[in-house]
Design a protein around this ligand. Structure first.
Ligand code: GLU
Length: 638
Protein backbone atom coordinates (compact mmCIF):
# COMPACT_ATOMS: atom_id res chain seq x y z
CA UNK A 1 0.00 0.00 0.00
CA UNK A 2 1.59 3.19 -1.18
CA UNK A 3 0.30 5.60 1.37
CA UNK A 4 0.37 6.36 5.01
CA UNK A 5 -3.24 5.81 5.86
CA UNK A 6 -3.66 5.17 9.52
CA UNK A 7 -6.86 3.31 10.15
CA UNK A 8 -7.15 3.04 13.89
CA UNK A 9 -10.19 0.88 13.52
CA UNK A 10 -9.69 -2.62 14.75
CA UNK A 11 -12.26 -3.89 12.30
CA UNK A 12 -11.62 -2.40 8.88
CA UNK A 13 -9.41 -5.14 7.42
CA UNK A 14 -11.39 -6.41 4.44
CA UNK A 15 -12.33 -2.99 3.31
CA UNK A 16 -8.85 -1.66 3.24
CA UNK A 17 -7.72 -3.90 0.41
CA UNK A 18 -10.47 -2.55 -1.83
CA UNK A 19 -9.78 0.93 -0.61
CA UNK A 20 -6.13 0.49 -1.51
CA UNK A 21 -7.15 -0.34 -5.04
CA UNK A 22 -9.30 2.78 -5.16
CA UNK A 23 -6.53 4.90 -3.70
CA UNK A 24 -3.95 3.53 -6.13
CA UNK A 25 -6.14 4.59 -9.01
CA UNK A 26 -5.80 8.13 -7.72
CA UNK A 27 -3.26 10.46 -9.29
CA UNK A 28 0.24 9.78 -8.01
CA UNK A 29 1.39 11.95 -5.13
CA UNK A 30 3.48 14.92 -6.09
CA UNK A 31 7.09 14.11 -5.43
CA UNK A 32 8.24 17.56 -6.43
CA UNK A 33 9.55 18.40 -3.03
CA UNK A 34 10.86 15.02 -2.06
CA UNK A 35 7.59 13.75 -0.68
CA UNK A 36 8.50 12.44 2.72
CA UNK A 37 6.83 13.03 6.01
CA UNK A 38 8.99 15.16 8.23
CA UNK A 39 11.25 13.20 10.52
CA UNK A 40 9.30 12.66 13.70
CA UNK A 41 12.17 12.97 16.13
CA UNK A 42 12.66 16.71 16.40
CA UNK A 43 9.52 18.47 17.51
CA UNK A 44 10.90 21.74 18.75
CA UNK A 45 7.82 23.87 18.73
CA UNK A 46 5.62 22.30 21.36
CA UNK A 47 2.84 24.59 22.37
CA UNK A 48 3.19 26.05 25.80
CA UNK A 49 1.28 23.99 28.34
CA UNK A 50 -0.04 21.40 25.90
CA UNK A 51 1.86 18.23 25.41
CA UNK A 52 3.66 17.97 22.08
CA UNK A 53 2.62 14.97 20.01
CA UNK A 54 4.64 11.91 21.06
CA UNK A 55 7.82 11.45 19.05
CA UNK A 56 6.39 8.60 17.04
CA UNK A 57 3.49 10.73 15.75
CA UNK A 58 3.94 11.22 12.01
CA UNK A 59 4.14 14.89 11.13
CA UNK A 60 3.27 16.14 7.67
CA UNK A 61 4.17 19.16 5.65
CA UNK A 62 1.43 19.12 3.06
CA UNK A 63 -1.76 18.53 4.94
CA UNK A 64 -3.67 15.95 6.93
CA UNK A 65 -7.22 14.65 7.22
CA UNK A 66 -8.89 12.78 10.09
CA UNK A 67 -12.21 11.17 9.15
CA UNK A 68 -14.48 8.49 10.63
CA UNK A 69 -14.31 6.40 7.44
CA UNK A 70 -11.29 5.35 5.36
CA UNK A 71 -12.87 6.19 1.99
CA UNK A 72 -13.84 9.63 3.22
CA UNK A 73 -10.26 10.19 4.37
CA UNK A 74 -8.92 9.06 1.02
CA UNK A 75 -11.24 11.45 -0.82
CA UNK A 76 -9.99 14.38 1.27
CA UNK A 77 -6.34 13.41 0.86
CA UNK A 78 -6.73 13.15 -2.89
CA UNK A 79 -8.21 16.59 -3.17
CA UNK A 80 -5.37 18.03 -1.06
CA UNK A 81 -2.90 16.27 -3.34
CA UNK A 82 -4.52 17.78 -6.37
CA UNK A 83 -3.88 21.28 -5.04
CA UNK A 84 -7.12 21.78 -3.17
CA UNK A 85 -7.06 23.48 0.20
CA UNK A 86 -8.63 22.39 3.49
CA UNK A 87 -12.00 23.80 2.44
CA UNK A 88 -12.02 21.83 -0.82
CA UNK A 89 -10.89 18.69 1.00
CA UNK A 90 -13.52 19.04 3.71
CA UNK A 91 -16.29 19.40 1.15
CA UNK A 92 -14.93 16.43 -0.81
CA UNK A 93 -15.02 14.40 2.39
CA UNK A 94 -18.60 15.47 3.13
CA UNK A 95 -19.78 14.29 -0.29
CA UNK A 96 -17.74 11.08 -0.18
CA UNK A 97 -19.23 10.26 3.21
CA UNK A 98 -22.69 10.69 1.71
CA UNK A 99 -21.78 7.66 -0.40
CA UNK A 100 -19.87 5.49 2.06
CA UNK A 101 -21.44 6.53 5.37
CA UNK A 102 -24.96 7.41 4.14
CA UNK A 103 -26.50 6.65 7.50
CA UNK A 104 -24.74 9.59 9.13
CA UNK A 105 -24.84 12.62 6.88
CA UNK A 106 -25.16 13.90 3.35
CA UNK A 107 -26.99 16.10 0.90
CA UNK A 108 -30.30 15.43 2.57
CA UNK A 109 -29.11 17.16 5.74
CA UNK A 110 -26.83 19.86 7.05
CA UNK A 111 -24.07 20.70 9.47
CA UNK A 112 -21.54 23.18 10.70
CA UNK A 113 -18.15 23.82 9.15
CA UNK A 114 -15.73 25.78 11.31
CA UNK A 115 -13.01 27.31 9.16
CA UNK A 116 -9.76 29.04 10.03
CA UNK A 117 -8.30 30.92 7.07
CA UNK A 118 -4.55 31.40 7.28
CA UNK A 119 -4.44 34.35 4.92
CA UNK A 120 -6.74 36.61 6.91
CA UNK A 121 -6.45 34.97 10.32
CA UNK A 122 -10.26 34.81 10.45
CA UNK A 123 -12.17 31.96 12.04
CA UNK A 124 -15.80 31.61 11.00
CA UNK A 125 -18.41 28.94 10.56
CA UNK A 126 -20.61 28.03 7.65
CA UNK A 127 -23.98 27.05 9.04
CA UNK A 128 -25.78 24.65 6.71
CA UNK A 129 -28.30 23.63 9.36
CA UNK A 130 -31.72 22.65 8.07
CA UNK A 131 -34.63 25.06 8.48
CA UNK A 132 -38.27 24.42 9.28
CA UNK A 133 -40.53 24.91 6.26
CA UNK A 134 -42.82 27.96 6.16
CA UNK A 135 -45.76 25.69 6.96
CA UNK A 136 -44.21 24.27 10.15
CA UNK A 137 -46.15 24.78 13.37
CA UNK A 138 -45.32 24.65 17.05
CA UNK A 139 -47.52 21.65 17.67
CA UNK A 140 -46.79 19.71 14.49
CA UNK A 141 -45.30 16.81 16.45
CA UNK A 142 -48.07 16.66 19.06
CA UNK A 143 -49.65 13.25 19.22
CA UNK A 144 -47.47 11.96 16.36
CA UNK A 145 -45.96 8.59 17.15
CA UNK A 146 -42.62 7.74 15.53
CA UNK A 147 -42.35 11.40 14.49
CA UNK A 148 -38.62 11.09 13.77
CA UNK A 149 -39.40 8.62 10.96
CA UNK A 150 -42.03 10.73 9.27
CA UNK A 151 -41.94 13.49 6.68
CA UNK A 152 -42.93 16.10 9.24
CA UNK A 153 -39.41 15.76 10.71
CA UNK A 154 -37.64 16.72 7.48
CA UNK A 155 -35.95 20.11 7.49
CA UNK A 156 -34.95 22.01 4.36
CA UNK A 157 -31.49 20.56 3.61
CA UNK A 158 -28.55 22.95 3.76
CA UNK A 159 -25.41 21.06 2.78
CA UNK A 160 -25.51 21.56 -0.98
CA UNK A 161 -25.98 25.34 -1.02
CA UNK A 162 -23.54 25.94 1.85
CA UNK A 163 -20.75 23.77 0.49
CA UNK A 164 -21.11 25.21 -3.03
CA UNK A 165 -20.79 28.72 -1.62
CA UNK A 166 -17.81 28.03 0.60
CA UNK A 167 -15.92 26.27 -2.19
CA UNK A 168 -16.64 29.15 -4.56
CA UNK A 169 -15.54 31.76 -2.00
CA UNK A 170 -12.64 30.09 -0.27
CA UNK A 171 -11.70 26.95 -2.17
CA UNK A 172 -9.04 26.57 -4.83
CA UNK A 173 -10.73 23.96 -7.01
CA UNK A 174 -13.98 24.05 -8.95
CA UNK A 175 -16.89 22.24 -7.29
CA UNK A 176 -16.90 19.53 -9.93
CA UNK A 177 -13.37 18.47 -9.03
CA UNK A 178 -14.28 18.48 -5.37
CA UNK A 179 -17.23 16.20 -6.13
CA UNK A 180 -15.20 13.82 -8.31
CA UNK A 181 -14.15 11.34 -5.58
CA UNK A 182 -17.75 10.99 -4.38
CA UNK A 183 -19.01 10.45 -7.92
CA UNK A 184 -16.39 7.78 -8.47
CA UNK A 185 -17.25 6.02 -5.21
CA UNK A 186 -20.96 6.04 -6.00
CA UNK A 187 -20.43 4.87 -9.58
CA UNK A 188 -17.64 2.32 -9.22
CA UNK A 189 -18.60 1.24 -5.74
CA UNK A 190 -16.84 0.72 -2.45
CA UNK A 191 -16.40 -2.26 -0.16
CA UNK A 192 -18.94 -2.16 2.64
CA UNK A 193 -17.13 -1.40 5.87
CA UNK A 194 -17.95 -3.24 9.07
CA UNK A 195 -19.81 -0.25 10.40
CA UNK A 196 -21.80 0.20 7.20
CA UNK A 197 -22.81 -3.44 7.41
CA UNK A 198 -23.61 -3.27 11.11
CA UNK A 199 -26.28 -0.60 10.70
CA UNK A 200 -27.70 -1.55 7.31
CA UNK A 201 -30.65 -3.50 8.64
CA UNK A 202 -31.51 -1.25 11.56
CA UNK A 203 -35.18 -0.42 11.81
CA UNK A 204 -34.81 3.10 10.44
CA UNK A 205 -33.02 1.83 7.31
CA UNK A 206 -36.13 -0.25 6.66
CA UNK A 207 -38.52 2.68 6.93
CA UNK A 208 -39.37 2.77 3.22
CA UNK A 209 -39.37 0.04 0.53
CA UNK A 210 -36.57 1.69 -1.49
CA UNK A 211 -34.25 2.15 1.51
CA UNK A 212 -34.98 -1.39 2.70
CA UNK A 213 -34.19 -2.85 -0.72
CA UNK A 214 -30.97 -0.86 -0.98
CA UNK A 215 -29.56 -1.27 2.52
CA UNK A 216 -30.96 -4.62 3.58
CA UNK A 217 -31.98 -6.57 0.47
CA UNK A 218 -33.95 -9.68 1.36
CA UNK A 219 -33.54 -8.82 5.02
CA UNK A 220 -29.78 -9.42 4.93
CA UNK A 221 -27.11 -6.77 5.48
CA UNK A 222 -24.25 -6.79 2.99
CA UNK A 223 -21.25 -8.66 4.35
CA UNK A 224 -18.26 -6.42 5.04
CA UNK A 225 -16.27 -6.18 1.84
CA UNK A 226 -19.31 -6.45 -0.46
CA UNK A 227 -19.16 -3.96 -3.30
CA UNK A 228 -21.82 -1.28 -2.85
CA UNK A 229 -22.72 1.01 -5.73
CA UNK A 230 -25.24 3.82 -5.65
CA UNK A 231 -25.89 4.86 -9.25
CA UNK A 232 -28.85 7.14 -8.45
CA UNK A 233 -26.57 9.06 -6.10
CA UNK A 234 -23.82 9.22 -8.74
CA UNK A 235 -26.34 10.77 -11.13
CA UNK A 236 -27.50 13.28 -8.54
CA UNK A 237 -23.90 14.30 -7.82
CA UNK A 238 -23.25 14.70 -11.55
CA UNK A 239 -26.26 16.98 -11.88
CA UNK A 240 -24.90 19.19 -9.10
CA UNK A 241 -21.37 19.09 -10.54
CA UNK A 242 -22.74 20.22 -13.88
CA UNK A 243 -25.35 22.78 -12.90
CA UNK A 244 -24.40 23.86 -9.38
CA UNK A 245 -26.49 24.08 -6.21
CA UNK A 246 -29.55 25.56 -7.94
CA UNK A 247 -30.07 22.20 -9.56
CA UNK A 248 -30.75 20.82 -6.08
CA UNK A 249 -32.92 23.65 -4.78
CA UNK A 250 -34.94 24.54 -7.88
CA UNK A 251 -37.09 22.51 -10.19
CA UNK A 252 -35.54 23.16 -13.62
CA UNK A 253 -36.77 20.36 -15.88
CA UNK A 254 -35.21 21.96 -18.97
CA UNK A 255 -31.80 21.24 -17.44
CA UNK A 256 -32.81 17.86 -16.08
CA UNK A 257 -32.88 19.25 -12.54
CA UNK A 258 -35.70 17.47 -10.74
CA UNK A 259 -33.97 16.72 -7.41
CA UNK A 260 -36.23 19.22 -5.64
CA UNK A 261 -39.25 17.23 -6.74
CA UNK A 262 -37.70 14.14 -5.16
CA UNK A 263 -37.09 15.93 -1.86
CA UNK A 264 -40.67 17.17 -1.73
CA UNK A 265 -42.12 13.78 -2.60
CA UNK A 266 -39.91 12.02 -0.03
CA UNK A 267 -41.09 14.24 2.81
CA UNK A 268 -44.70 14.07 1.64
CA UNK A 269 -44.93 10.29 1.89
CA UNK A 270 -48.15 9.20 3.50
CA UNK A 271 -46.93 5.91 4.97
CA UNK A 272 -43.89 4.49 6.75
CA UNK A 273 -42.80 0.93 7.47
CA UNK A 274 -42.39 -0.09 11.10
CA UNK A 275 -41.21 -3.69 11.57
CA UNK A 276 -42.31 -4.31 7.99
CA UNK A 277 -45.85 -3.12 8.68
CA UNK A 278 -47.22 -0.05 6.93
CA UNK A 279 -48.23 2.75 9.28
CA UNK A 280 -49.78 6.11 8.55
CA UNK A 281 -47.13 8.78 8.05
CA UNK A 282 -47.34 12.47 8.75
CA UNK A 283 -46.23 14.31 5.63
CA UNK A 284 -44.08 17.40 5.92
CA UNK A 285 -45.20 20.75 4.54
CA UNK A 286 -42.08 21.60 2.52
CA UNK A 287 -42.65 23.36 -0.80
CA UNK A 288 -40.49 24.44 -3.72
CA UNK A 289 -40.53 27.94 -2.21
CA UNK A 290 -38.96 26.58 1.00
CA UNK A 291 -36.20 24.90 -0.96
CA UNK A 292 -35.53 27.94 -3.13
CA UNK A 293 -35.39 30.18 -0.05
CA UNK A 294 -32.75 28.14 1.81
CA UNK A 295 -29.70 30.20 2.72
CA UNK A 296 -26.64 29.04 4.62
CA UNK A 297 -25.29 31.47 7.20
CA UNK A 298 -21.75 32.59 7.86
CA UNK A 299 -21.42 33.06 11.61
CA UNK A 300 -18.77 34.14 14.05
CA UNK A 301 -17.87 31.35 16.46
CA UNK A 302 -18.45 31.71 20.19
CA UNK A 303 -15.10 32.31 21.81
CA UNK A 304 -13.97 31.59 25.34
CA UNK A 305 -10.93 30.39 27.18
CA UNK A 306 -9.91 27.49 29.37
CA UNK A 307 -6.77 27.76 31.49
CA UNK A 308 -5.31 30.31 29.10
CA UNK A 309 -6.20 28.64 25.82
CA UNK A 310 -8.60 30.29 23.44
CA UNK A 311 -11.38 27.98 22.33
CA UNK A 312 -13.66 28.78 19.41
CA UNK A 313 -16.63 26.63 18.60
CA UNK A 314 -20.07 26.65 17.03
CA UNK A 315 -22.47 29.43 17.98
CA UNK A 316 -26.29 29.16 17.98
CA UNK A 317 -28.28 27.56 16.52
CA UNK A 318 -25.87 25.09 18.08
CA UNK A 319 -25.77 24.81 21.84
CA UNK A 320 -22.27 23.36 21.41
CA UNK A 321 -19.90 26.20 22.17
CA UNK A 322 -22.02 27.72 24.92
CA UNK A 323 -22.49 24.44 26.77
CA UNK A 324 -18.85 23.36 26.37
CA UNK A 325 -17.62 26.76 27.61
CA UNK A 326 -20.08 26.70 30.50
CA UNK A 327 -18.85 23.28 31.61
CA UNK A 328 -15.17 24.19 31.26
CA UNK A 329 -15.75 27.57 32.91
CA UNK A 330 -17.39 25.94 35.94
CA UNK A 331 -14.58 23.39 36.20
CA UNK A 332 -11.70 25.82 35.94
CA UNK A 333 -11.52 26.41 39.70
CA UNK A 334 -10.91 22.71 40.38
CA UNK A 335 -7.39 21.24 40.00
CA UNK A 336 -8.65 18.42 37.79
CA UNK A 337 -5.17 17.33 36.82
CA UNK A 338 -3.84 17.03 40.37
CA UNK A 339 -3.93 13.45 41.63
CA UNK A 340 -2.41 14.50 44.95
CA UNK A 341 -5.68 16.26 45.72
CA UNK A 342 -7.81 13.29 44.73
CA UNK A 343 -8.40 14.56 41.22
CA UNK A 344 -6.37 13.35 38.21
CA UNK A 345 -7.58 11.41 35.18
CA UNK A 346 -10.30 8.86 35.88
CA UNK A 347 -10.68 9.45 39.61
CA UNK A 348 -14.23 9.31 40.91
CA UNK A 349 -13.76 12.83 42.27
CA UNK A 350 -12.78 14.21 38.85
CA UNK A 351 -15.56 12.38 37.04
CA UNK A 352 -18.23 13.36 39.54
CA UNK A 353 -17.14 17.00 39.41
CA UNK A 354 -17.32 16.88 35.62
CA UNK A 355 -20.72 15.18 35.77
CA UNK A 356 -22.24 17.89 37.94
CA UNK A 357 -20.83 20.67 35.75
CA UNK A 358 -22.48 18.91 32.80
CA UNK A 359 -25.79 18.68 34.68
CA UNK A 360 -25.75 22.39 35.47
CA UNK A 361 -24.91 23.37 31.90
CA UNK A 362 -27.52 21.06 30.40
CA UNK A 363 -30.17 22.58 32.67
CA UNK A 364 -29.39 26.00 31.18
CA UNK A 365 -29.13 24.62 27.68
CA UNK A 366 -32.69 23.26 27.79
CA UNK A 367 -34.10 26.72 28.50
CA UNK A 368 -31.82 29.30 26.90
CA UNK A 369 -30.12 27.83 23.86
CA UNK A 370 -31.74 27.76 20.43
CA UNK A 371 -31.67 29.62 17.11
CA UNK A 372 -30.53 33.13 18.03
CA UNK A 373 -31.94 34.50 14.75
CA UNK A 374 -35.37 33.90 16.32
CA UNK A 375 -35.00 34.12 20.10
CA UNK A 376 -32.77 36.28 22.33
CA UNK A 377 -30.20 33.71 23.46
CA UNK A 378 -28.09 35.34 26.22
CA UNK A 379 -24.80 34.31 24.63
CA UNK A 380 -22.75 36.71 26.77
CA UNK A 381 -24.46 36.04 30.11
CA UNK A 382 -24.38 32.27 29.77
CA UNK A 383 -20.58 32.23 29.75
CA UNK A 384 -19.93 35.36 31.81
CA UNK A 385 -17.31 34.57 34.49
CA UNK A 386 -19.52 35.89 37.29
CA UNK A 387 -22.47 33.81 36.19
CA UNK A 388 -20.27 30.73 35.86
CA UNK A 389 -18.81 31.38 39.32
CA UNK A 390 -22.36 31.39 40.71
CA UNK A 391 -23.20 28.15 38.95
CA UNK A 392 -19.89 26.53 39.82
CA UNK A 393 -20.57 27.32 43.47
CA UNK A 394 -23.25 24.63 43.36
CA UNK A 395 -20.63 21.94 42.72
CA UNK A 396 -19.06 20.11 45.66
CA UNK A 397 -16.46 17.52 44.71
CA UNK A 398 -17.37 14.18 46.23
CA UNK A 399 -21.05 15.06 46.63
CA UNK A 400 -23.77 14.76 43.98
CA UNK A 401 -25.96 17.85 43.44
CA UNK A 402 -29.33 16.92 44.89
CA UNK A 403 -32.08 17.70 43.99
CA UNK A 404 -31.39 17.99 40.29
CA UNK A 405 -30.15 21.44 39.27
CA UNK A 406 -32.45 23.79 37.38
CA UNK A 407 -31.63 26.55 34.94
CA UNK A 408 -30.75 29.95 36.30
CA UNK A 409 -31.10 33.37 34.67
CA UNK A 410 -27.96 34.58 32.90
CA UNK A 411 -29.54 37.78 31.57
CA UNK A 412 -28.40 40.08 34.42
CA UNK A 413 -24.81 39.23 33.38
CA UNK A 414 -25.51 40.45 29.89
CA UNK A 415 -27.99 43.30 30.12
CA UNK A 416 -26.95 46.10 32.51
CA UNK A 417 -29.56 46.69 35.21
CA UNK A 418 -31.55 43.59 34.31
CA UNK A 419 -33.20 42.00 37.33
CA UNK A 420 -33.00 38.26 37.76
CA UNK A 421 -36.16 36.63 36.43
CA UNK A 422 -38.59 34.80 38.63
CA UNK A 423 -38.77 31.18 37.64
CA UNK A 424 -42.32 30.17 36.76
CA UNK A 425 -43.73 26.71 37.03
CA UNK A 426 -44.28 25.87 33.39
CA UNK A 427 -43.75 23.14 30.87
CA UNK A 428 -40.16 22.22 30.22
CA UNK A 429 -39.08 21.55 26.68
CA UNK A 430 -38.75 18.06 25.35
CA UNK A 431 -36.00 17.20 22.93
CA UNK A 432 -36.10 14.54 20.25
CA UNK A 433 -33.76 11.59 19.85
CA UNK A 434 -30.18 11.94 18.64
CA UNK A 435 -28.01 9.56 16.62
CA UNK A 436 -26.02 9.32 13.41
CA UNK A 437 -23.76 12.23 12.39
CA UNK A 438 -20.09 12.38 11.48
CA UNK A 439 -17.16 14.66 12.30
CA UNK A 440 -13.94 15.23 10.38
CA UNK A 441 -11.03 17.64 10.55
CA UNK A 442 -8.57 18.85 7.92
CA UNK A 443 -5.41 20.98 7.89
CA UNK A 444 -3.68 21.97 4.68
CA UNK A 445 -0.15 23.05 3.81
CA UNK A 446 -1.10 26.73 3.79
CA UNK A 447 -2.24 26.80 7.41
CA UNK A 448 -5.98 26.62 6.75
CA UNK A 449 -7.86 24.39 9.17
CA UNK A 450 -11.40 22.99 9.03
CA UNK A 451 -13.45 21.27 11.72
CA UNK A 452 -16.73 20.00 10.25
CA UNK A 453 -19.66 18.12 11.81
CA UNK A 454 -22.35 16.98 9.38
CA UNK A 455 -25.59 15.12 9.99
CA UNK A 456 -28.96 13.84 8.86
CA UNK A 457 -29.77 13.51 12.61
CA UNK A 458 -30.74 9.89 13.39
CA UNK A 459 -29.08 6.93 11.71
CA UNK A 460 -30.47 6.90 8.12
CA UNK A 461 -32.49 10.08 8.84
CA UNK A 462 -36.14 9.33 8.12
CA UNK A 463 -35.05 6.21 6.26
CA UNK A 464 -36.41 7.52 2.98
CA UNK A 465 -34.54 8.47 -0.18
CA UNK A 466 -35.35 11.64 -2.03
CA UNK A 467 -37.29 10.40 -5.04
CA UNK A 468 -40.67 10.32 -6.73
CA UNK A 469 -42.84 7.94 -8.69
CA UNK A 470 -42.79 8.40 -12.46
CA UNK A 471 -45.95 8.10 -14.58
CA UNK A 472 -44.92 4.55 -15.53
CA UNK A 473 -44.94 3.59 -11.85
CA UNK A 474 -41.17 3.33 -11.49
CA UNK A 475 -39.35 5.22 -8.76
CA UNK A 476 -36.97 8.02 -9.74
CA UNK A 477 -34.45 7.70 -6.93
CA UNK A 478 -31.87 10.38 -6.11
CA UNK A 479 -29.90 8.07 -3.85
CA UNK A 480 -29.56 10.24 -0.73
CA UNK A 481 -31.53 9.99 2.51
CA UNK A 482 -33.68 12.76 3.94
CA UNK A 483 -32.93 14.12 7.40
CA UNK A 484 -35.15 14.05 10.48
CA UNK A 485 -33.50 17.14 11.93
CA UNK A 486 -36.71 18.89 12.99
CA UNK A 487 -37.07 16.51 15.93
CA UNK A 488 -34.16 18.49 17.42
CA UNK A 489 -36.82 21.13 18.16
CA UNK A 490 -38.90 20.77 21.31
CA UNK A 491 -41.35 18.15 20.14
CA UNK A 492 -44.10 19.53 22.39
CA UNK A 493 -44.88 23.23 22.72
CA UNK A 494 -43.30 24.60 25.89
CA UNK A 495 -42.85 27.84 27.78
CA UNK A 496 -39.60 29.49 28.80
CA UNK A 497 -39.93 29.50 32.59
CA UNK A 498 -38.15 32.84 32.96
CA UNK A 499 -39.64 34.88 30.12
CA UNK A 500 -43.10 33.30 29.96
CA UNK A 501 -42.74 33.24 26.18
CA UNK A 502 -42.81 30.20 23.93
CA UNK A 503 -39.96 27.78 24.60
CA UNK A 504 -36.83 29.08 22.90
CA UNK A 505 -36.43 25.86 20.96
CA UNK A 506 -40.08 25.48 19.98
CA UNK A 507 -40.79 25.07 16.26
CA UNK A 508 -41.16 28.22 14.18
CA UNK A 509 -41.26 28.52 10.40
CA UNK A 510 -37.80 29.00 8.86
CA UNK A 511 -36.11 28.53 12.26
CA UNK A 512 -33.20 26.13 12.69
CA UNK A 513 -33.59 23.45 15.39
CA UNK A 514 -31.15 23.62 18.29
CA UNK A 515 -28.09 21.50 17.66
CA UNK A 516 -25.37 20.04 19.83
CA UNK A 517 -22.82 19.81 17.06
CA UNK A 518 -19.60 21.37 18.26
CA UNK A 519 -16.85 21.72 15.70
CA UNK A 520 -14.10 23.19 17.86
CA UNK A 521 -10.63 24.70 17.56
CA UNK A 522 -8.04 25.55 20.20
CA UNK A 523 -5.64 28.43 19.60
CA UNK A 524 -2.25 29.12 21.11
CA UNK A 525 -1.63 32.35 23.04
CA UNK A 526 -0.55 33.99 19.77
CA UNK A 527 -3.92 33.20 18.21
CA UNK A 528 -2.71 30.43 15.94
CA UNK A 529 -4.90 27.32 15.57
CA UNK A 530 -3.24 24.30 17.15
CA UNK A 531 -6.04 21.75 17.33
CA UNK A 532 -9.33 21.09 15.54
CA UNK A 533 -11.80 18.45 16.66
CA UNK A 534 -15.44 17.52 17.19
CA UNK A 535 -17.70 14.49 17.43
CA UNK A 536 -21.06 12.94 16.59
CA UNK A 537 -23.35 11.69 19.33
CA UNK A 538 -26.35 14.00 19.72
CA UNK A 539 -26.23 15.93 22.97
CA UNK A 540 -23.23 13.85 24.08
CA UNK A 541 -21.16 15.63 21.40
CA UNK A 542 -20.73 18.43 23.90
CA UNK A 543 -19.33 16.06 26.49
CA UNK A 544 -16.96 14.37 24.05
CA UNK A 545 -15.48 17.78 23.31
CA UNK A 546 -15.25 18.56 27.04
CA UNK A 547 -13.54 15.22 27.85
CA UNK A 548 -10.95 15.61 25.11
CA UNK A 549 -10.25 19.23 26.06
CA UNK A 550 -9.71 18.30 29.72
CA UNK A 551 -7.52 15.36 28.74
CA UNK A 552 -5.34 17.70 26.71
CA UNK A 553 -5.17 20.63 29.06
CA UNK A 554 -5.53 19.17 32.57
CA UNK A 555 -4.20 15.66 32.13
CA UNK A 556 -1.37 16.56 29.76
CA UNK A 557 -2.26 13.90 27.20
CA UNK A 558 -1.21 14.00 23.58
CA UNK A 559 -4.00 14.25 21.02
CA UNK A 560 -4.31 10.52 20.29
CA UNK A 561 -4.24 9.60 23.98
CA UNK A 562 -6.82 12.30 24.71
CA UNK A 563 -9.14 10.67 22.15
CA UNK A 564 -8.44 7.10 23.22
CA UNK A 565 -9.11 7.72 26.91
CA UNK A 566 -12.47 6.76 28.40
CA UNK A 567 -15.20 9.43 28.46
CA UNK A 568 -18.00 10.40 30.78
CA UNK A 569 -21.25 12.01 29.67
CA UNK A 570 -24.35 13.43 31.31
CA UNK A 571 -26.70 15.12 28.87
CA UNK A 572 -29.40 16.47 31.16
CA UNK A 573 -29.84 17.74 34.71
CA UNK A 574 -30.54 14.19 35.86
CA UNK A 575 -27.85 12.20 37.67
CA UNK A 576 -27.69 9.71 34.78
CA UNK A 577 -24.14 9.07 33.70
CA UNK A 578 -22.95 7.25 30.61
CA UNK A 579 -19.48 5.92 31.30
CA UNK A 580 -17.26 4.16 28.84
CA UNK A 581 -16.10 0.62 29.53
CA UNK A 582 -12.54 1.92 29.14
CA UNK A 583 -12.80 2.82 32.83
CA UNK A 584 -12.46 0.04 35.38
CA UNK A 585 -15.71 -1.24 36.92
CA UNK A 586 -14.73 0.25 40.30
CA UNK A 587 -15.10 3.70 38.75
CA UNK A 588 -18.74 3.07 37.90
CA UNK A 589 -19.26 1.61 41.36
CA UNK A 590 -17.71 4.69 42.94
CA UNK A 591 -20.08 6.96 41.04
CA UNK A 592 -23.07 4.78 41.90
CA UNK A 593 -22.12 5.02 45.54
CA UNK A 594 -22.58 8.79 45.24
CA UNK A 595 -26.14 8.29 43.98
CA UNK A 596 -25.69 8.48 40.22
CA UNK A 597 -27.18 5.96 37.85
CA UNK A 598 -24.41 4.75 35.57
CA UNK A 599 -24.87 3.02 32.24
CA UNK A 600 -21.93 1.74 30.25
CA UNK A 601 -21.62 2.71 26.59
CA UNK A 602 -19.51 4.45 23.99
CA UNK A 603 -19.50 8.24 23.87
CA UNK A 604 -18.86 9.93 20.52
CA UNK A 605 -16.18 9.54 17.87
CA UNK A 606 -13.62 12.33 17.78
CA UNK A 607 -11.54 12.95 14.66
CA UNK A 608 -8.90 15.62 15.13
CA UNK A 609 -5.96 17.36 13.54
CA UNK A 610 -3.19 19.35 15.15
CA UNK A 611 -0.77 21.95 13.86
CA UNK A 612 2.59 22.93 15.26
CA UNK A 613 2.41 26.67 14.85
CA UNK A 614 6.04 27.50 14.27
CA UNK A 615 6.96 24.81 11.77
CA UNK A 616 3.47 24.52 10.29
CA UNK A 617 3.77 20.73 10.48
CA UNK A 618 0.45 18.98 10.92
CA UNK A 619 -0.68 15.67 12.38
CA UNK A 620 -3.89 13.78 12.96
CA UNK A 621 -5.58 11.53 15.48
CA UNK A 622 -8.54 9.26 14.84
CA UNK A 623 -11.06 7.47 16.98
CA UNK A 624 -11.37 3.70 17.01
CA UNK A 625 -14.93 4.01 18.31
CA UNK A 626 -15.74 4.29 14.60
CA UNK A 627 -13.56 3.60 11.55
CA UNK A 628 -11.34 6.60 12.24
CA UNK A 629 -8.62 7.15 9.66
CA UNK A 630 -5.79 9.66 9.37
CA UNK A 631 -4.04 10.33 6.09
CA UNK A 632 -1.15 12.79 5.96
CA UNK A 633 0.67 14.23 2.98
CA UNK A 634 3.03 13.72 1.39
CA UNK A 635 2.40 10.02 1.55
CA UNK A 636 5.53 8.05 2.39
CA UNK A 637 7.38 6.52 -0.53
CA UNK A 638 6.78 2.79 -0.87
N1 GLU B 1 -28.94 16.31 15.17
C1 GLU B 1 -27.98 16.33 16.22
C2 GLU B 1 -27.52 17.72 16.53
O1 GLU B 1 -27.53 18.56 15.68
C3 GLU B 1 -26.80 15.51 15.92
C4 GLU B 1 -27.17 14.10 15.91
C5 GLU B 1 -26.11 13.18 16.40
O2 GLU B 1 -24.97 13.54 16.55
O3 GLU B 1 -26.42 12.04 16.64
O4 GLU B 1 -27.16 17.98 17.62
Amino acid sequence: MAFSMRPTSRRAGVTLAVLAAWACAAPAPSLADGARPAAPAAQPDRVRGLKAPPVDTPLYRRGVVAVANPYGAEAGARVLQQGGNAIDAAVAIAYALNVVEPQSAGMGGGGFMLVHLAKTGETFSIDTRETAPAGATRDMFSGVSNASRKGVAVGVPGMVRGTAQVVAEHGKLPLKRVLAPAIELAEDGFAATQRYADVSCNDRALNSPEARDFFCPGGVAPAPGTLVRNLPLANTLKLIARHGADCFYQYQPDKGCDIAQGILAGQARSTILVNGVEQAGKPGSMTLADLAAYQPARRAPIEGSYRGYTIKAMAPPSSGALTVLQILGMLERFPLGDASQGFGFGSVKTLQTMADAMRLAFADRAIWMADADFVPVPTVGLIHPDYLALRSGLITPGQRIDPNPVADDPRPYEIPGFKRGQRLAVALPVTGPDNGTTHFSVADRWGNVVSYTNTIESSHGIGTFAGYTLPDGSFRNFGFLLNNELTDFNTSPSTNPFTGTDGYNDVQPQKRPRSSMTPTMIFDPEGRPILAYGSPGGATIINSVVNVTINLVDHGMGLQAAIDAGRISVASANPSITLESRFPTETADGLRALGYSVSIGDVGSVQAVGRLPQSGLVYGAADDRREGTVIGLPRPRP
